[in-house]
Design a protein around this ligand. Structure first.
Ligand code: NAD
Length: 357
């Protein structure tokens, strides 16, 4: 199989972790006789520095012409002072929008060999954690109208708006229901319907759509504040967790940490075509950039999702997951992961995984 992969390395640890992931993809290509070609393209702060904008038109055009997109991370203190729409993060929001990627799937799994790396008490961690966060990605408050104004009575005031349409809620509900059918057939939809009008529409629409099209799926509701608590109190109760853009952003970071480290969590972003965008859920980690201490596993596992969900290469995808499992079982750990017997850097971790493909 021949596939063209656009690589948006971005900022901070982005280049280190995408280099590691490419090494693993090359090992897969070699073993299974595929040809993967990689095209490096600018995004985020790197694109601002070189081209004056966070998402050059050329990057969008090349991503749309590719079979899939691998992204590192964007952002950093260097660009924090820039205004709305000019910051590195707006490049990320814009590429998701340009590619029509409305669903973001973030599996938070506690690997057996990492149960000692979870901050939860061992009996709780041993019950197992595998939460699939299904996050709506192109709507809600991150894309709503915003602004700021000044008046003499209150000084500076800023506002953002959360907005969802039935169409947006239905299409992400479909994705979550499809996943639920393949798993426990249970789904928890998270909102803030006791306060927000947009959440009341979310709740009503999720139930109506699931009951009509997926009667085999049981849908329960949970308020976001309770959900934040339940993820640390009893994470084993969750399987599919469906939620909005901002709630999914926050809850998936929390779910990541209970599974050991944010450096372990992959994600896929898909729309109606098979060309998806695959990225770790963490950011650019400017505090450790350039030190070869980043954990590349989230990015490597994002490539496993790419092989399965965009290219239909299930065996190759499983090969990556098994290679990661073996490296962890053998006791190798990057600095963010507690336990283990041998600390390794980003480059060595990627090398160890590729050798076990
Ligand atoms: P972050 O995820 O970059 O880092 C949070 C903490 O986790 C840091 O201590 C970091 O060192 C650690 N960490 C993250 N990834 C790691 C990895 N692979 N291995 C080891 N440790 C890792 O979040 P932040 O510090 O809040 O944000 C830093 C920058 O990243 C900001 O500019 C933010 O806007 C941006 N950001 C980008 C994305 C993205 O590109 N998708 C997502 C979140 C944040």
């Amino acid at each position: 199989m021949k596939k063209q992969i656009a690589v948006l390395a971005g900022d901070g640890i982005g280049p280190e972790i995408t280099d590691g992931a490419i090494k693993v993809l090359c090992a897969v290509a070699k073993k299974y006789h595929h040809t993967f070609t990689f095209e490096q393209l600018p995004i985020g702060g790197d694109a601002i520095d070189r081209f004056g904008e966070p998402l050059p038109k050329h990057t969008v055009e090349r991503c749309l012409a590719s079979d899939s997109v691998l992204l590192g991370a964007v952002g950093g203190p260097k660009w924090d002072g820039l205004g709305d729409g000019k910051r590195p993060e707006s490049g990320l929001l814009a590429i998701r929008k340009a590619m029509g990627l409305y669903s973001n799937i973030r599996p938070a799994k506690l690997w057996k060999s990492l149960s000692d790396a979870s901050p939860l008490k061992l009996p709780l961690a041993k019950k197992g954690i595998e939460i699939i966060v299904v996050r709506e990605l192109t709507g809600g408050i991150y894309f709503g109208k915003r602004g700021s104004y000044y008046d003499d009575a209150n000084g500076e005031t800023a506002w953002d708006t959360e907005q969802y349409s039935v169409r947006e809620i239905e299409r992400i509900t479909k994705i979550a229901c499809e996943l639920a059918l393949k798993r426990s057939k249970k789904m928890i939809s998270v909102d803030k319907a006791n306060v927000l009008e947009s959440s009341r529409l979310w709740r009503k629409t999720v139930h109506a759509y699931a009951e009509k099209h997926y009667p085999a799926v049981t849908v329960c509701d949970m308020l976001v504040d309770n959900c934040a608590m339940q993820i640390v109190k009893n994470p084993a109760q969750f399987d599919i967790l469906l939620t909005s853009n901002m709630f999914g952003d926050i809850l998936s970071d929390e779910a990541a940490q209970v599974t050991g480290s944010i450096g372990m969590l992959a994600s896929s972003s898909l729309g109606d075509s098979s060309c998806g965008l695959y990225e770790p859920i963490h950011g650019s980690a400017p505090d450790i950039a350039g030190t070869d201490t980043a954990n590349p596993i989230a990015t490597v596992l994002s490539c496993a999702m790419m092989l399965r969900d965009s290219f239909g290469l299930t065996e190759e995808s499983n090969a990556i997951e098994h290679a990661v499992e073996r490296v962890l079982e053998e006791g190798y750990r990057t600095a963010d992961l507690d336990g283990g017997i041998k600390k390794v850097g980003c480059r060595e971790m990627a090398q160890l995984i590729s050798e076990r493909i």
